[in-house]
Design a binder for this molecule. Structure first.
Ligand code: NDP
Length: 336
């Protein structure tokens, strides 16, 4: 396949998620880690050694643009804090590299569009790191919802939260400029997106409420928790919470003739599913390996990426996230 060629990836920002992704790359069929971009010399030394990477494939944020002259690298996978996603997508595109950018794609729908345009202009592909599309439990959720296996879905509850009381007050997740917001920015795309793909519809209006701040020493700039309701054209409603003060990870859909649910639902799994008829589970997959292999298959065969992981999909999610913040801030129902 592909004449034995693999998609060569440079990971940009060697933090927690880059360390998860390196396992995904190792487990993939069609990808190879070929480069790194880091601001921490000790990490550069360690990763170069671990992967036998030549010095010329190791970049800093300052000399990153020189990656344009490096034929060893096909794609840059951006695992930087949210506030740097746009800048590095634009720089990678300008360097002629395909881009995979982590969620949330950016802070605004407008920024997402700029990123899409820049990649299009540069003739490179743009993917968002939407791993859940590759988990069989979520493929099943889509089937149950979109094919109306239990009839029309009327109500979805999809929530994700982690208690962050041990986090350093200096962590970028708590800084508006780097995070863009609190748990909505960091986790919200999963709730919004699962409701969109289970219903196969785009929400038309949103109401939302910020919750109380219970850890004021941490949550000075971004929300600690937020609850919202998306209204869909079919009349279905999705109610969700994203929170940093408790642990929650569940998806539930009530339809005319039954229900289906996952819990855990939106993390890395292993997931457990149940319908009104029976329990269901699928074999555990490496979400990251499956995701990047699908990206590689499309790029290596010169085909456009599937819509569900494209920049356009990221932009659609961002439009909803912006609407949720607007609704929570104004206390008004916001049309999308
Ligand atoms: P980390 O803080 O663990 O890592 C971010 C890395 O970015 C740092 O280690 C650092 O790497 C680099 N960096 C560059 N500039 C800064 C800066 N100003 N402040 C902090 N770090 C900086 O974050 P995560 O890995 O948890 O998250 C990174 C991205 O991945 C986020 O956008 C997040 O939303 C996303 N993510 C996605 C997940 C998913 O399931 N799809 C799961 C977790 C995160 P270096 O030292 O190499 O310069």
């Amino acid at each position: 396949v592909f004449d034995g060629k693999k998609l060569t990836i440079a990971l940009c920002g060697l933090g927690r998620y880059a360390n998860v992704l390196k396992g995904g790359i190792a487990a993939s069929q069609f990808c190879r880690l070929a480069g790194i971009v880091t601001g921490t010399p000790a990490k550069a030394a360690q990763w170069k050694k671990e992967y036998g990477l030549p010095d010329k494939n190791s970049y800093t944020y300052q000399n990153f643009d020189q990656i344009a002259n490096n034929p060893d690298i096909d794609a840059v996978y951006i695992t930087l804090p949210n506030g740097l996603h746009k800048e590095f997508t634009l720089r990678a595109a300008k360097a002629g590299k395909h881009v995979i950018v982590e969620k949330p794609m950016a802070f605004t729908e407008k920024d997402c569009q700029e990123m899409i345009d820049a990649c299009q202009k540069a003739g490179v592909q743009l993917a968002v790191g939407y791993r859940l599309h590759y988990d069989p439990h979520h493929i099943e959720l889509k089937r149950l919802g979109q094919q109306k296996v239990f009839g029309q879905v009327r109500l979805i509850e999809a929530s994700l939260g982690y208690r962050l009381d041990g986090i350093s007050p200096d962590d970028w997740h708590l800084k508006k400029a780097m995070a863009g917001g609190g748990p909505l920015m960091n986790l919200g795309v999963y709730c919004v997106q699962s409701s969109r793909y289970v219903l196969g519809e785009e929400p038309t209006a949103v109401t939302a409420q910020f919750g109380p701040v219970t850890m004021p020493h941490l949550f000075k700039e971004v929300e600690e928790n937020i609850t919202w309701q998306l209204h869909f054209p079919s009349g279905a409603i999705c109610t969700s919470s994203c929170t940093s003060n408790c642990n929650i990870d569940r998806f539930f859909a009530s339809a005319d003739e039954g229900y289906f649910e996952l819990e855990p639902a939106l993390s890395y799994g292993p997931f457990k599913g149940r319908t009104s008829q029976a329990a269901f589970t699928f074999p555990v997959v490496n979400q990251q390996a499956a995701q990047i292999d699908d990206i590689a298959r499309h790029i290596l065969s010169n085909n456009p990426l599937p819509a569900h992981i494209s920049g356009v999909e990221g932009r659609k999610d961002m439009r909803v996230l912006e609407g949720i913040y607007k609704a929570a801030t104004s206390g008004q129902k916001v049309k999308l």
